[in-house]
Design a protein around this ligand. Structure first.
Ligand code: JB2
Length: 212
């Protein structure tokens, strides 16, 4: 979880700004910097302190925590690549939870997870490595969210839903209790999921159907 010390956010776009707002409102880190090849990516008064090439030096200079702050819609390839890189260099990868999120004490949250403003994660759930639980999403009891999955704003997973690794659940989707959604799938905005969804498909609609 949020660790204290110095924190690097890897990637300085829109998703980073949401994360930054949570980080600054918690005030747990002594110093925060953005790592991006674009110097213009500084935000909310936080500077770009280097590029990916500078990461080993930044670690030596005392920036011990790194968090993957590029987002994903569809492909999680870049997030996975950056995660592997910061892990190999030796950074600590914290979780970041907005102070307005309601997270049960009885959940397991793996490293690199982001839980945004107003999100709810209820008892018995597990959130996998680097998953994104975005603004206002509801993860009801006993759900399992895979590594690098993205549960978009206002999506609602009723109890005992299983979401595979790298899957994207579109904004405002509703997933009935007990449903299993495979890995590497993409569910469109507003999907209403009442049947299991296999791996590696695109699906959307009410009721949600596989389209490719
Ligand atoms: O290899 C990289 C790299 N590639 C792109 N290393 C580093 N350190 N940074 C990289 N970037 C930077 O990520 C770009 O220069 C840019 O500043 C940022 C991506 O910003 P963008 O606003 O395009 O996307 P995002 O990933 O922050 O947000 C997406 O995902 C969110 C979950 C959007 O689709 C959002 O709408 C969505 N909410």
């Amino acid at each position: 979880m949020d660790a204290g010390g110095r924190l690097l956010l890897i990637g300085g776009g829109g998703h980073c700004r949401s994360i930054l707002d949570c980080v600054l409102s918690r005030g747990l880190y002594e110093k925060v910097g953005i790592v991006d090849f674009d110097q213009a990516a500084s935000a909310l008064g936080i500077p770009v302190v280097g590029t990916d090439d500078d990461l080993p030096h930044l670690l030596n200079d005392g920036w011990t925590n790194a968090f993957i702050s590029v987002g994903s819609v569809g492909s999680t390839g870049l997030r996975r690549k950056l995660y592997k890189m910061v892990k190999q260099i030796g950074f600590t990868i914290p979780g970041i939870i907005d102070p307005t999120a309601a997270v049960s004490r009885d959940v397991i949250i793996d490293e690199g997870v982001f839980i945004g403003k107003g999100a709810i994660v209820n008892t018995g759930s597990r959130i996998g490595t680097c998953a994104i639980i975005n603004t206002g999403a509801i993860i009801e009891h006993d759900c399992e969210i895979g590594a690098f999955a993205h549960i978009s704003p206002r999506a609602t997973l009723c109890g005992q839903v299983n979401v595979g690794d790298d899957t994207h659940v579109g904004a405002g989707s509703v997933v009935r209790q007990g449903i299993k959604i495979g890995a590497c799938s993409l569910l469109g905005v507003g999907s209403v999921v009442v049947k299991d969804i296999p791996d590696s498909v695109k699906a959307y609609g009410n009721p949600c159907r596989v389209v490719e």
